[in-house]
Design a protein around this ligand. Structure first.
Ligand code: GLC
Length: 558
């Protein structure tokens, strides 16, 4: 059954109800690490199906699956060989269809991840391109170019891959001699598509239809700002006018997504297109959220903010303003499969996030980090709009920082020559039950160990061990999500800042709800209230202690 709280629509909801994606709680599933039904140590669709009741009871509205398509897994599935099938390690298409339908029965919509910037180097198109001569139509779907230098030994330009190192790899011709280079903004196993090629565009619109036909409610668009390249392939300058960077946020993207919008709208008006847009400039970001383009995008500005009241307030304020200008809902994200888990991030002296700053051996106070992550959770779930949760966030999982080097998989780690620990630490399989690995992730009689090792001290973090413990992080999330459904002013809608002491964030949602977060070192008085609805840590002498958030029932004025 789909609940009918603000920001939700259901088959029975009135025609005027806001679309579901304006106020939804969307739970990200990284399929390799959620639940392993087959016992091979890797998560799969059978595992997800068995855990759907857990997700229903948690109180989420939709699940977003990171890529579940056939893939050599050179980048955790973001290297796709076939967008219309399921990786055999996860299951098959029939099972995905069952899963989508079963989830829907429980009121959970499904969002799939489409990766339009690149394909796997094992994709049939890339095989065809490699087997075809320079200048051929097959190569035209990608970015093949001769090298510079006397023998073409230098890459066509100096672009750097998002994972480090050059963004070009040289091919070898059938006779064994060095050939053209091809572009890959990520790993060499992820060749970039040429979005100037009509087949590339047609293919993706068809892939959208394929999944909409199977009942998915939305699409998460991977690396959504990178698809279009300046065909002259100029080097990156220090400064570019808006829309004129050679490959980030080019204006031509708007037209591509208008095409996607038209496909989605041909199915009705409640399908969501959600962009992964890492863009520093809020107004450029908001252009993608204008009517007729995408519906929403992940708010990374908020995610990367340090645990600092002024910085968070400024981010919330700016986010709210730019979204309001284009009529789009705000989104709030604390974690995903790419970034350091908040429990770890907030336990460091630098509580902000950046890919460049990730290093081994950063001192971390996990107790402090958990306390802040719990407060941050209440903050995000009280803010207007949509909330994204990443599997394990509701358990307060920390980043795993001692994965043996031989077991690491993330290309970001390898392309940095081991300097960057990579993203495996936030992708460790979920602990469900029991005292020792695999903590119920795999069946008891599983043949294989989890694909990444789980820490020996996670017994207290399992779903089983936290269930029913009122002070546990899981019960905090459950209570917050329950209230979010029950209280009509949470989710989509306006917010009002309330006066507050320095280092404190306080805002109202509607006439009788307030959220107060103390990011300072000392306890503070709570504003006048009838009672505390939910709190991330106990009050101290009636005051709100450091790194704590409270949800309050306040009296309506008058
Ligand atoms: C996105 C994904 C990330 C992936 C990259 C390349 O940023 O979230 O996991 O590595 O795109 O597809």
């Amino acid at each position: 059954m789909i609940s009918e709280h603000a920001g939700q629509s259901s088959p029975s909801a009135s025609a005027e109800a806001a679309p579901w994606w304006r106020g939804a709680v969307i739970y990200e599933i990284y399929p390799r690490s959620f639940a392993d039904g087959s016992g091979d140590g890797t998560g799969d669709l059978a595992g997800v199906r068995a855990r759907l009741p857990y997700l229903r009871d948690l109180g989420i509205d939709a699940v977003w699956f990171t890529p579940w398509y056939p893939s050599p897994m050179a980048d955790g599935g973001y290297d796709v060989t076939d967008y219309r099938a399921i990786d055999p390690g996860f299951g098959d298409l029939r099972e995905a269809e069952l899963l989508i339908a079963e989830a829907r029965e429980m009121g959970i919509r499904t969002i799939v991840d489409v990766v339009p910037n690149h394909v796997s180097d094992q994709h049939p198109w890339f095989h065809e391109a490699l087997g075809s001569p320079a200048g051929s139509a097959a190569r035209g779907r990608f970015w093949f170019r001769p090298g510079r230098g006397a023998d073409g030994e230098l890459p066509p330009n100096a672009w750097v891959s998002e994972f480090g190192g050059p963004a070009w790899t040289r091919t070898t011709d059938p006779d064994g001699s060095p050939g053209e280079w091809y572009l890959h903004l990520f790993a060499p196993s992820q060749p970039d598509l040429n979005w100037g090629h009509p087949e590339v565009r047609e293919e993706h619109e068809d892939v959208l239809r394929f999944w909409f036909d199977r009942g998915v409610a939305g699409i998460r668009i991977d690396s959504a700002a990178l698809l279009v390249k300046d065909p002259k392939l100029p080097d990156v300058a220090t400064l570019h006018a808006p829309g004129e960077h050679p490959y980030v946020d080019r204006d031509e993207l708007q037209d591509i997504y208008r095409g996607w919008r038209a496909v989605a709208d041909s199915y009705g008006d409640d399908l969501a297109l959600i962009g992964e847009l890492w863009l520093p400039e809020a107004t450029r970001f908001a252009r993608y959220l204008r009517p007729g383009v995408l519906n929403s995008a992940f708010n990374f500005d908020f995610l990367v903010c340090p645990w600092d009241a002024d910085r968070l307030r400024a981010s919330i304020q700016q986010t709210t303003e730019v979204h309001a200008e284009v009529g789009a809902p705000t989104t709030w994200v604390l974690s995903n499969h790419d970034v350091t888990r908040p429990v770890t991030r907030y336990g460091r002296s630098d509580t902000s996030f950046s890919f460049e700053a990730k290093r081994y051996g950063t001192p971390t106070d996990l107790w402090l980090g958990l306390r802040r992550a719990r407060a941050a959770a209440l903050l995000t779930m009280a803010l207007p709009g949509c909330v994204y949760l990443y599997q394990g966030e509701e358990l307060g999982l920390p980043e795993v920082e001692d994965i043996p080097p031989g077991l690491l998989q993330d290309p970001m780690h390898f392309r940095s020559h081991g300097v960057d620990p990579g993203r495996d630490g936030c992708r460790v399989p979920m602990p469900w039950s029991g005292d020792t690995p695999p903590y119920g992730f795999s069946p008891d009689d599983a043949d294989d160990e989890p694909w990444l090792p789980q820490p020996a001290d996670w017994a207290g973090l399992t779903v089983e061990s936290q269930t029913g413990i009122p002070t546990s992080t899981l019960e905090l999330y459950r209570a917050a999500l329950r209230l979010r459904r029950d209280l009509p002013n949470l989710g989509d809608g306006p917010m009002t800042w309330l006066p507050s002491a320095p280092q404190v964030l306080a805002f109202a949602r509607g006439p009788d709800f307030a959220c107060v977060v103390n990011l300072g070192p000392d306890p503070v008085e709570l504003p006048a209230h009838d009672h505390v609805l939910l709190i991330s840590a106990a009050l101290k002498g009636g005051r709100l202690p450091a790194d704590t958030a409270a949800w309050l029932r306040i009296s309506a004025p008058g």
